[in-house]
Design a protein around this ligand. Structure first.
Ligand SMILES: NC(=O)c1ccc[n+]([C@@H]2O[C@H](COP(=O)([O-])OP(=O)(O)OC[C@H]3O[C@@H](n4cnc5c(N)ncnc54)[C@H](O)[C@@H]3O)[C@@H](O)[C@H]2O)c1
Length: 406
């Protein structure tokens, strides 16, 4: 039996950890406490976790419940605080992505892990999706030889993508912007597929649709005079989960879940492009937008002896096929089509496989190295942090410089 406590009673804590751990990992996990600065949400997640006590004091929770590991599911800006305090209290930390939002916080986490000898796990669920796994397997098996370059495009739609502009993510101080908050997933699977670490990053970013780029604005959808003629209008109060988790908890901290996507205080980009050079010399050309008509990603991986082409769609006309196809093109050209049956469950089947890897006792075998620690957490978030610095300063940023203490 392992004892787990939560730092952050978020939507993610509820759906990814509290309920599934209680329902499917009850024999090997004991959920001993839930901390959040918002007591209403802490209470709600605590009930979902099977009646664990809710706390509004993190240190008191650690002292009274003595967890083996803390699951960190707060807003991104605070991840480092709870990771470090957990390690210092003798616990391991299992943190949501991004591990943190910038280089100084990242260095603090790495130093605390070294000093305490405890362990940080970063929950990169996208790696665990069978489709992404198959790509890693093909590269690992040498099917295209040494990877030389990748074109990687991720497009968020005006439903999911717009949601990052309704709440805390919309400020870089909270999330690091989409190049950290969202792209940490993408940079992680690139690092993992290539089995390499990034060396230099150069980026541009702009805001074309949201924030002050929008045509008009209100404070929030639920009280907006423009609701009838705004294509971004949502009625989140009508969703019972949203109502319980956010609207009924709002009186405590003023966390507005349905903020206007055109608010003047949006300071993150919605259109981004980055070039990454890896240690091996491989080059990646990456783009991310948050205003596409439908959602998904495309990747072309060029190796010494062939090319992998893959794509996945999360919404729109091509979403949810029964099989997902990978095209493998070798010299000739010989084209092999590799079909991966669509996996059910969150994030392309990644969520459940990740839970198995982290929470099952004993853990399943991990021949492809799916489970990620702080080094992988750092290597993905630092690409985003470097991209942010590159946008702000111009010019390329070396990842090694971000790891160096001042
Ligand atoms: N891996 C994935 O696919 C995935 C998906 C969704 C979210 N996430 C991650 O999960 C985390 C939570 O995201 P969410 O959208 O569920 O969040 P949310 O907005 O539902 O909740 C955030 C929580 O943080 C709490 N909080 C704010 N300030 C705090 C502080 N100082 N101390 C403690 N708690 C504080 C809030 O009260 C709230 O309960 C984020 O890190 C996010 O990146 C990951």
């Amino acid at each position: 039996m392992r004892r787990y406590a939560f730092a952050g009673a978020s939507g993610r804590a509820l759906s990814m950890y509290a309920r599934p751990l209680r329902e499917r990992f009850g024999a090997v996990s004991d959920l001993v406490g839930v901390f959040d600065v918002n007591r209403t949400r802490a209470q709600l997640v605590a009930e979902a976790a099977g009646g664990a006590p809710a706390f509004d004091d993190f240190d008191r929770m650690l002292a009274e419940t003595r967890p083996d590991a803390v699951i960190v599911t707060t807003i991104d800006r605070h991840h480092h605080e709870f990771i470090i305090r957990s390690l210092q209290a003798g616990c391991d930390a299992i943190t949501e992505k991004p591990m943190t939002i910038d280089a100084p916080r990242c260095r603090q986490i790495l130093a605390a892990e070294r000093k305490t000898g405890r362990h940080v796990t970063v929950t990169f669920n996208y790696r665990f999706a069978p489709y992404a796994t198959r790509i890693r397997q093909l590269i690992n098996d040498g099917e295209i030889g040494r990877p030389l370059s990748v074109d990687f495009e991720w497009f968020l739609d005006t439903r999911h993508g717009a949601d990052y502009f309704r709440r805390w993510h919309r400020q870089k101080a909270n999330s690091g912007g989409l190049l950290v908050h969202k792209a940490t997933h993408h940079f992680d699977i690139l690092n993992w597929w290539l089995d390499d670490e990034p060396r230099d990053v150069f980026a541009f970013g702009d805001r074309h649709v949201y924030g002050s780029a929008g045509p008009r604005r209100g404070r929030r959808c639920s009280e907006c005079a423009h609701g009838a003629d705004c294509s971004f209008f949502v009625d989140l109060r009508a969703d019972p989960r949203m109502a319980q988790l956010y609207f009924k908890a709002e009186h405590e901290d003023g966390y507005v879940r349905d903020g206007c996507v055109f608010a003047e205080d949006v300071d993150i980009e919605d259109t981004m492009s980055a070039t990454i050079r890896y240690r091996s010399g491989s080059l990646v050309s990456y783009s991310l937008i948050a205003h596409a008509p439908y959602e998904g990603w495309r990747a072309s991986i060029n190796g010494e002896r062939g090319r992998i082409e893959a794509e996945e769609f999360h919404s729109g006309p091509f979403a949810d096929p029964e099989v997902q196809r990978i095209r493998l093109v070798n010299a000739g050209p010989i084209v092999r089509e590799i079909d991966v049956p669509r996996a059910s469950g969150g994030h392309g089947g990644g969520d459940e496989r990740l839970r198995q890897a982290i929470f099952a006792i004993p853990p399943p075998p991990d021949p492809l190295g799916h489970t990620a620690g702080s080094r992988a957490g750092a290597m993905s978030l630092l690409v985003g942090a470097a991209a942010n610095l590159s946008i702000a300063r111009g010019g390329p940023i070396a990842i090694a410089d971000l790891l160096r203490d001042d």
